[in-house]
Design a protein around this ligand. Structure first.
Ligand code: UD1
Ligand code: CA
Length: 450
């Protein structure tokens, strides 16, 4: 088996984006345009991925510092053919080379796997609006004779509705042979990679045209209008995939998926739900309208009511969260637990059947089973410099409007009287309270306006 080398072209200036940011680093479905192409590339198990960079290459390199990439600079970019020429010295001897364009993030691994079964092939699509793309020119037998760019095409060629995706496969030595012969005699005065197709045909080794399954997958991004259209297509694809796995979307078009989801069945997502990062969602979970779920693991039967925001949260199973709950990183919610409206948690574990139903802040807490946290309870976990823990053991009842000044432990079965400020550990099974005795002042008069 020959080695597989993938070249990703990303040296173009991306002028039409009108941006300080490199085109391929613009956000796309939860990461960036180029990361989508990279992740699709990894699925082909290549021996090497080479990224050709140019203008503002440092931005690209630092963003992708953790990826396994070979870098090639294309100083003074002069076309896609020139870009591939720059990468030639990096290719493995005898390798198959797959050239990808850095600005078409919808490309999928199935089409590419199909393409790389050939010796020399171009990924193409039949489209209703071929404007702007290179046209695939075939003879009567259906052999590709050349690819003609929009700006170089005559009227008859412009009628052709089969277009070049920009993605090409051939052997490393073929690339070397044909790229040595290309020139800049064209409308853009550039070295076109696509010119190797004509040269191959002259050598009697013509490229095969391999059509993509879904024509949407080859769309390129050249400006922000195309960026938005591609994002919408990607969202459609992700939502369709989710629905086919057994997830009900009550208003599909309003749901946004910005990352990866490992999901079970009979999950329901209401309007406006945003799923970010890596989420694992078990069977029978329901997520209410306009909730944002980021990097969470939601156990079977978790119910999230509308307008809740969860990040780095684990729920262990059947529990209720929200509406308007804010669960911050490090929150773990036990079965049968309830986190109600306007409750904020951070680095907090909540045990089986424990409840914080209203208006509460729980930070750096360990809360046992069957605990009831009254409305308005606040754990004072921060002295302005350091953070401290609050431990609330099983069967505790915390009266409303209490402050627990950490570090502090509330013993098993203790009750804290409402409105208390607790600075010392509270003993098990006892009532602890700290508040001034209620008194009534006789003869007191309301102030009069002077
Ligand atoms: C290219 C193809 C066209 C195809 C289309 C698909 C050529 C000559 N044309 O046109 O047939 O239909 O893609 O989207 O290949 N790049 C470099 N260095 C350069 C120029 C470009 O790395 O000097 C990179 C760009 O960053 C981009 C990719 O190559 O990621 C494609 O370049 P672009 O200028 O967008 O080509 P198109 O005009 O879209
Ligand atoms: Ca393009």
């Amino acid at each position: 088996m020959p080695k597989l080398n993938i070249i990703i072209l990303a040296a173009g200036k991306g002028t039409r984006m009108k941006s300080k940011k490199l085109k391929v680093l613009h956000p796309f479905a939860g990461s960036t345009i180029i990361e989508h192409i990279l992740h699709t590339s990894y699925r082909l198990n290549p021996d090497k991925i080479i990224v050709v960079y140019g203008h503002q290459g440092e931005q690209l390199k630092s963003h992708l510092a953790d990826e396994n990439i070979f870098w090639v600079e294309q100083a003074n970019p002069n076309g896609t053919g020139h870009a591939v020429q720059c990468a030639l010295p990096m290719l493995d001897e005898g390798a198959k080379v797959l050239v990808l364009v850095g600005d078409a993030p919808l490309i999928n691994a199935d089409d590419l796997s199909q393409l790389i079964t050939h010796t020399s092939a171009v990924l193409t699509a039949k489209v209703s609006q071929p404007y702007g793309y290179g046209r695939i020119i075939k003879n009567q037998e259906g052999t590709i004779q050349s690819i003609v760019e929009e700006k170089d095409a005559n009227q008859t060629q412009k009628q052709v509705d089969e277009i070049n995706s920009g993605i090409i496969l051939t052997a490393a030595n073929n690339l070397k042979k044909w790229l040595a012969k290309i020139n800049t005699n064209n409308a853009q005065g550039e070295l076109y990679l696509t010119d190797i197709i004509g040269l191959a045909d002259e050598d009697g080794e013509s490229f095969k045209a391999v059509k993509v399954k879904d024509e949407r997958s080859i769309n390129g991004i050249n400006d922000r209008v195309q960026l938005a259209k591609n994002e919408a297509i990607k969202q459609d694809m992700l939502r369709e995939n989710l629905m086919l796995q057994g997830v009900t979307l009550l208003d599909p078009n309003s749901v946004q998926i910005r990352g990866f989801i490992d999901c079970g069945q009979d999950i329901t997502l209401d309007a406006g739900v945003i799923l970010e990062g890596e989420n694992t969602i078990a069977d029978d979970v329901t997520i209410g309208a306009y909730s944002i779920i980021k990097n969470c693991t939601l156990g079977k039967g978790t119910r999230i009511a509308p307008h809740s925001m969860l990040e780095d949260v684990i729920t262990k199973g059947d529990c209720d969260i929200g509406p308007y709950a804010r669960l911050r990183p490090g929150t773990v919610i036990g079965e049968k637990a309830k986190i109600g409206n306007f409750v904020e948690t951070k680095k907090t574990t909540i045990g089986y059947n424990s409840k914080a139903s209203h208006l509460t802040y729980l930070g750096d807490c360990e809360i046992g089973d069957n605990v009831n946290i009254g409305a308005g309870t606040i754990t004072c976990n921060y002295d302005g410099v350091n953070k401290f823990k609050t431990i609330i053991e099983d069967d505790v009842f915390i009266g409303s409007d209490s402050q627990l000044i950490a570090p502090v432990t509330i013993g098993k079965g203790a009750t804290i009287g409402a409105g208390s400020t607790i600075t010392k550990d509270a003993e098990s099974d006892k009532l602890t309270l700290s508040r001034a005795k209620q008194k009534t002042i006789d003869g007191w008069k309301k102030p009069i306006k002077k």
